[in-house]
Design a protein around this ligand. Structure first.
Ligand SMILES: Nc1ncnc2c1ncn2[C@@H]1O[C@H](COP(=O)(O)OP(=O)(O)O)[C@@H](O)[C@H]1O
Ligand SMILES: [Mg+2]
Length: 279
């Protein structure tokens, strides 16, 4: 399968089918680091061997990032083409508008193909927009009463809603990382919450926090998670049972940076990959 994303040795998901993911957990629990690991995998799709961390890079996922903390995720700006990473409101609107525009271009391309054509069926590379520290980002868009502030706020909300509603067919994923990902506490709109095929909660927390992430119908084991360990809720798999505990691979920071350089160098190119089909 082309879009197989490995969370741990024993847990993989189809990133195209799950398309939107949410990541929760307290500061220092491994959310951003875990997301960087997933980015290295996504950008080197498809993976051929479970032993090799990086894939063959034949269907490289195109990566876009919003990181107002200007920390680890934003460092990808050193490797990614210009216009892919935003660390403030104005740039976030530019980057996310561009992402949304490309999604619509791909949708139009698919509409010209046979009826019911999808990016997945045509073997097109995926796109992913990662937004780190979602709550802080969203709060910053909600501040300010000038006309300019209101314009940015309106654009931000409509772009996120548009992407979350149309992104399945064109394979334009949305990854949202935040200490809180419940609708009530995070300013996450309910369509993003409901459309998420994968929810991860990293690190140790009390039962109430896990419940906010996963809801009340899911069983949560009595375990103590460490940094880099998480519970996973996976659409269709954990709907009525227990969340699945797993542990991200442990990778030294220098090594991870090497992986990211390998996965993202020469693979991030909209001209080449927006309309690329492998089937
Ligand atoms: N899978 C991992 N392998 C190795 N180190 C990790 C891993 N996950 C987290 N860490 C360490 O923990 C630190 C904090 O993780 P981070 O992802 O920044 O937390 P968060 O984003 O939840 O605040 C990282 O800088 C890294 O040193
Ligand atoms: Mg972080």
């Amino acid at each position: 399968m082309s879009y197989l994303l490995t969370l741990s040795k024993s847990l993989s998901i189809d990133a195209y089918k799950k398309i939107n993911f949410l990541v929760a957990g307290v500061r220092g629990s491994g959310k951003t680091y875990g997301t960087l690991i997933l980015i290295a995998e996504l950008a080197s799709f498809p993976r051929i061997s479970p032993c090799e961390f990086l894939g063959t890079v034949q269907l490289p996922t195109q990566i876009y990032c919003v990181d107002f903390k200007n920390s680890d995720l934003a460092r990808l700006g050193d490797i990614l083409p210009t216009g892919r990473v935003a660390t403030n409101k104005e740039d976030a609107i530019k980057v996310v508008s561009d992402y949304d525009g490309k999604m619509h271009e791909r949708l139009a391309f698919l509409r010209d193909k046979e009826f019911g054509a999808t990016a997945g069926a045509l073997g097109m590379p995926m796109y992913y927009l990662l937004i780190d520290e979602w709550s802080a980002t969203n709060a910053s868009f909600n501040q300010g009463m000038t006309k300019a502030d209101k314009d940015l706020r309106y654009k931000w909300n409509s772009l996120i809603t548009d992407i979350s509603m149309l992104n399945r067919v064109p394979g334009f994923g949305l990854g949202i990382i935040s200490q809180q990902i419940s609708v009530v506490n995070s300013g996450l709109n309910s369509s993003v919450q409901e459309e998420a095929g994968l929810k991860l909660h990293f690190g140790d927390a009390n039962m109430n926090s896990y419940r906010l992430t996963f809801g009340n119908d899911i069983q949560i084991p009595e375990m103590r998670l460490e940094t880099g360990e998480a519970y996973a809720w996976i659409e269709g798999l954990t709907s009525s049972g227990y969340v699945i505990p797993f542990c991200m691979p442990e990778i030294e920071p220098d090594k991870l940076w090497d992986y990211l350089k390998q996965a993202l160098s020469n693979t991030q190119d909209d001209k080449k990959y927006l309309f690329f089909t492998s089937q």
